[in-house]
Design a protein around this ligand. Structure first.
Ligand SMILES: Cc1ncc(COP(=O)(O)O)c(C=O)c1O
Length: 492
């Protein structure tokens, strides 16, 4: 335990003289930590229990550490690597520029190597303190936070409290997060721009296209306002919004495409409808629009993080999401994916120093936009939000998006199966596999939804109350017991 000590229970590890933890040269021990060192392994496990570190024990004497956060290591001026040199796409953890206060926590990397650090649902559940008390089944509303998400944000805040701002350090982490968002969608980082929320991402299109009187937008009736008001706002410019009305929640792709004509500039749709949980067939839509000038825009907040979205296989022009639901991130941050075609057509509306190539030449003005989607990030970024969202996406990547989708659908299917047997009707009954999502909306034929909702809340079961129905939305880390708690607590 050379040089490693633990402080007064706050979960800090200090002074990493231990050779397992640090090396100065390129010949590194890799990501094994605590090899043969039971005491260190025990300490790390304790930190993991507190959610301060992501790690997994691979045996009695080995613990692999997820180097998202290393709190309070001394020796920041030296090269510190905990990663695996055999995996070149894992960012090397160099922290030369944050040497001033080794006693303060710092963040070396906001991401980890998903394959090396897989997360099972129960391991992920341990990172959600809320799950100890509540059956939290409301991810279609606002997600609770995992401790690594909180840590990512507070590390930034704590350092700023006592240390000068280190732009290069935080920029490196912002770039990591951009890359990870891209990975989640199977696209490169050049298509990703950070936004405040879903609405702001969709608003980029509404504000940035060169609309002409008589243009139109095709959308879906009963969608969340985020995907309606930005387009309604164009009425004063002579742009018409045409809405397809889904029947029993089901969106008729042919009917939607049929609303498009020679003046349609945008077809916009939610990947999952927030009230019915109906999942849109984006592949069919994008196929139907192939060869046409209509831009396909997607509000993905009810899908991304829960259902796998592969934008390398489906041609979408802009996809926007806030982090606060299935992505498990904080409120007030999100992203948009911008396709090359959309990048050409969508002019940045709010233009600032960070929109342009020469973003540090403050008075040598040159309005040449960055060649990628960063041009839509006009100025000072929301670092705590970006880092928190990055830590959340990191958890999802470690869990494996395909597995997340399978589990989310399995838990939702269980509800869809068992609710009718308990006298509750589903608001929408999906039949095809591709129509289902993590959202299950239901109601009792007689009992007032607000009463059911309040009763459940008293018992620590959290779901949403919509006007005349209830909506449950379980995530990957929820257990079957959470679902049973809901089912068993429903009044008959
Ligand atoms: C389909 C859909 N879009 C958008 C939002 C939220 O939008 P924003 O991130 O702009 O707050 C919600 C939230 O309820 C939603 O269900």
């Amino acid at each position: 335990m050379a040089g490693l000590e633990q402080d007064d229970g706050a979960g800090l590890i200090r002074d990493a003289e231990d050779p397992h933890l640090r090396a100065d040269g390129p010949d590194l021990p890799g990501r094994e930590i605590g090899d043969g060192d039971d005491q260190l392994a025990a300490q790390l496990r304790r930190l993991v229990m507190h959610g301060e570190l992501g790690a997994r024990s691979t045996g009695a004497d080995r613990t692999e550490i997820d180097q998202q956060f290393v709190r309070g290591f001394a020796g920041f001026g030296k090269r510190l690597r905990l990663d695996d040199p055999a995996n070149p796409h894992l960012d090397p953890l160099e922290v030369r520029d944050v040497d001033q206060r080794p006693s303060l926590p710092n963040m070396l990397s906001v991401v980890s190597h998903p394959e090396a650090m897989p997360l099972t649902p129960s391991e992920m559940r341990d990172l959600f303190p809320i799950a100890r008390r509540y059956a939290y089944l409301d991810h279609a509303a606002i997600a609770p936070l995992a401790t690594p998400v909180r840590s990512a944000m507070t590390v930034f805040l704590d350092r700023l409290l006592e240390e000068p701002f280190e732009p290069a350090h935080w920029e490196r982490l912002r770039t990591q997060v951009r890359t990870r968002v891209g990975e989640l969608l199977s696209v490169g980082p050049e298509g990703i721009t950070f936004t405040r929320n879903t609405t702001a991402g969709l608003g980029l299109v509404a504000a940035g296209l060169d609309w002409r009187q008589g243009d139109n937008i095709v959308g879906v009736d009963r969608e969340f306002p985020a995907n309606i008001y930005p387009w309604m706002g164009l009425k004063s410019r002579g742009v018409d919004l045409r809405l397809h009305r889904p029947e029993n929640g089901r969106i008729d792709v042919e009917a939607l495409l049929g609303l498009c004509d020679g003046r349609t500039r945008v077809l916009t749709i939610s990947a999952v409808q927030f009230w019915s949980g109906f999942r849109a067939d984006l592949a069919a839509l994008s196929k139907g629009l192939r060869g046409r000038e209509v831009l396909l825009v997607v509000d993905a907040i009810q899908a991304v993080g829960a259902l796998k979205l592969d934008l390398s296989a489906v041609a979408v022009d802009l996809l926007a999401a806030g982090a606060q639901k299935w992505l498990l991130g904080p409120i007030g941050i999100g992203f948009a994916y911008v396709s090359p075609r959309m990048l050409e057509r969508m002019r940045p509306v709010t233009i600032g120093a960070d929109s342009v190539v020469r973003d540090r030449e403050y008075v040598d003005y040159d309005l040449a936009f960055k060649p990628d989607a960063r041009r839509y990030e006009e100025a000072a970024p929301n670092y705590p939000g970006i880092l928190g969202m990055g830590a959340a996406i990191n958890l999802l990547l470690r869990a494996d998006p395909a597995r997340v989708e399978t589990t989310v659908l399995r838990l939702a299917d269980r509800l869809r199966d068992e609710l009718p047997r308990r006298g509750y009707a589903l608001v929408f009954t999906p039949t095809a596999a591709g129509e289902r999502s993590g959202i299950v909306s239901f109601r009792h034929p007689r009992i007032i939804p607000a009463e059911v909702h309040a009763g459940l809340r008293e018992k620590g079961i959290i779901i949403s109350l919509r006007a005349d129905f209830l909506r449950a939305s379980a995530h990957f880390y929820n257990s079957d017991e959470d679902v049973s708690r809901l089912l068993d607590a429903l009044p008959q």
